[in-house]
Design a protein around this ligand. Sequence first.
Ligand SMILES: [Zn+2]
Length: 316
Amino acid sequence: MEVITAKGPVSASNLGLTNSHIHLVAMPPAWLYKTPTFSNDPDYALTDVDKAVQELKYFLKSGGKTAVDATCRDYGRNPKAIKYVVEKISEANLILVTGFNRGIYLDKWYYETSIDKLAEFFSNEVEEDIEGTGLKAGLIKIGADYMRILPIEKKCIKAAANAHLSTGAPILVHTTLGTMALEILEILEKEGIDPANVIFYHVDRNLDPWYWEQVLERGSYITLDQIGKIKYGPESKRIEFLVEIVRRGYENQLLLGTDFARRSDFKSYGGGPGLGYLFEKFLPFAKKVFKSEGIEENIVEKFVLHNPSKAFSIKK
Ligand SMILES: [Zn+2]
């Protein structure tokens, strides 16, 4: 089993402790700054490459080895900046993504390009390189709006499905507030995709065991990626929820991540909790709760070691 990192394939057994959802460098599309949510908020501009390097150092110090940088082209990825970071930090594996994030971010190129050409573009970023940098994408990201899938999203999902079938790179799914996961799976299954090759993001904005079970029983993975975002809920609630999902028999399909995407989330920018948090603080806390609930505490390690290495392997 191999995983394609930015620098190329590595054995899945060498991933080490993995954070399955991060962002290091991103400059969201200019128009977003004109919307009320973003309203010229510089907090969203992750543009300092040296701070990204520093943050990865905190990550390595916490025991981390591999991280998925899920920044897509439409959310303002910067391949040259990522290349700088990758070259500075050779000890960490970064897994990069191709594909797209959400319909509302897409520029006219996605509307004007055919499904076949989009699929070719996504495949090329996995098999050849990302915008002339020599870096590769290891995952194909797709996404949908809140409670609906936009027509442009359907088109790009089909292109991503084709790219998955030709490259074997697993599919990452952005859900908005944890909705539309089942509807997205339905489209992917019609395109011939095995749900076991699909990893969902943000479903923990919707901590509903009944909903999670419907996704997990199809064989897909879910990343609990709102860890460290206390504004969305306490960690104890997330961990108790994990206990419940493990009791329902899905310990082999859970991943963990910290979807920090603002300057104020990072220590290097003077904020917090930063990329060291997952392994330094959350993991020990989760183990403690698992133990007190009478569940083998080492199951928590599966979420950051064994499960990501399986989920992110090329399926060929
Ligand atoms: Zn994200």
